[in-house]
Write a protein that binds this ligand. Sequence first.
Ligand code: GRF
Length: 186
Amino acid sequence: MRRPRLAVFISGRGSNLAVLLELRSVLDVVLVVSSKPNAPGLIRARRAGVRTQVLEKKVDWPALDALLRSHQIELIVLAGFMKIVPEEFVLSWREKIINLHPSLLPKFPGLNAIEQAFAAQEEIGVTLHWVNEILDGGKIIAQRKVINKRSLSRYSLAQAEFLVHVSEHRLMREVFSKCKTISIWS
Ligand code: GRF
C-alpha cells in the first residue's frame, strides 16, 4: 500500500514528530512546518532528511497552502503547534488536519490544558481529533485517560505533564501505525 504524505506542524521539541518519523514504513513525513525558527523539532526533521519550513510571525496562510499542495500533502498533523489555524485554511483542508491535545476533550480546550485540568483536579488525558472551525472542537479520533481523579493527589504537576507526554507518544504510535491508507481516516 502507498504511504500517505504527511506535513507535521510543530513549535517546540518535536517529540511527537519523532514518533511519526519512526513510523516511516507506514507513512511519509514529507514536510515539517515550524512556527518557531529555533524549535528543536526542526533539528530532528533535518536529521531525518525531511524538508522544513519556518513560518514568519505573521503567517502567509495562502502561501503555506500552496507549498503543501506543491508537495502533494494528504494529511496535516498538528503536533504541539502553538498557532491558531485560521478558518479559511481549515476549510481548505477539511478532514485532512489532525491535532494532538493534552486533555480529555471536550474538557479543557485551548492553552495550558494540563495545568487547567490539574488545578481543577479533573481527570488528565490526551486526545487526537480532527480539526474543524471550533478550537479543539472537531471529531475525536482517539482518547486516553492518563490519571484519574482519585489518583491525582499522588502526582505533582510536573509528574502529570511527564505522564501526559508519554501517553501522547503511545497514542500517536497506536493511531498512526494503522495509517496504511488515508481512506481509513474518513
Ligand atoms: C504536546 O504536549 C502537545 O499536546 C502540546 O505540545 C506538546 C508538544 O510536544 N500541545 P512535542 O513538541 O511533540 O515534544
